[in-house]
Design a protein around this ligand. Structure first.
Ligand code: URA
Length: 245
């Protein structure tokens, strides 16, 4: 049991004990519905605060402000900070916003985003239950690759986001996300297919959905990666498809 699970279990124990004591008539504790609701709300603290940091995503977004820390600021329409649950067990990290994301200010809403949504649903989760963000928060001109100075300027914010959410699992989509988070230059084809330790979480590198759109034959490899993730997250695996002929 990790620290977060231990804290949540302790809160659960306190609530159940008070409920029990209230039922058998003990006095001196606040066993009222209102009191128990307050204890319930302790569970809603950001996961990061249980791990000793007290930053919220709102504070980090506030610090980012109308960011001018790198040259991408001049060409962007919107900063794409991230979207999803601040209490997610699983965070997907992509490369950087594309045309649609820049326009809408939301991550993974274009064609690659639609494929990512299908992948998330295929593992039994929803976009709302996970968190989705990128290595860089502004669109590079013409969707070129992020440059080292842009990654250096932006990645402290990503690291703060990951600390605040404190997910148990991170899925790095594509080589930029995997290489940045794992501090390596190894190619994604060599990195994928296993879990790594990263910021207190287990990190799974896999191919980027935009790469899958261009190379659909690699979907099988991503599905193998997703099954590994589902097993580690203890999510129900789909029934193997038998020969129905
Ligand atoms: N590709 C990414 O890496 N991130 C997005 O948000 C969209 C496309």
């Amino acid at each position: 049991m990790n620290r977060r699970q231990a804290v949540l279990a302790a809160i659960d124990d306190i609530e159940r004990s008070l409920l029990q004591l209230g039922r058998i008539g003990w006095r001196g504790f606040d066993c009222s519905e209102g009191g128990l609701a307050i204890i319930d709300s302790w569970m809603l603290v950001p996961r990061g605060s249980i791990n000793g940091t007290f930053e919220t995503l709102e504070v980090i977004r506030g610090d980012l402000g109308d960011c001018r820390r790198c040259k991408l600021a001049s060409g962007r329409k919107n900063i794409v900070f991230g979207a999803g649950s601040s209490r997610a067990r699983l965070v997907f990290v992509g490369e950087g916003p594309g045309y649609d994301e820049d326009l809408q200010g939301q991550p993974f809403v274009g064609a690659a985003g639609q494929l990512l949504t299908k992948i998330i649903q295929a593992i039994g989760l929803s976009r709302e239950s996970v968190y989705i963000c990128n290595i860089i928060k502004c669109r590079p001109p013409g969707n070129r690759n992020p440059q080292p100075d842009e990654i250096d300027a932006c990645s402290p914010f990503l690291k703060r986001q990951l600390k605040a959410i404190a997910p148990d699992f991170i899925c790095a989509l594509g080589s930029f996300a995997a290489q940045t988070l794992l501090q390596t230059t190894a190619p994604i084809s060599r990195l994928r297919g296993r879990l790594y330790d990263c910021m207190g979480a287990k990190l799974l590198p896999t191919y980027h959905p935009a790469y899958l759109l261009r190379n659909p034959e690699q979907k099988r490899a991503v599905w193998e990666d997703m099954k590994l993730l589902m097993k580690a997250m203890e999510l129900p695996l789909p029934e193997p498809q038998g020969d129905k002929s």
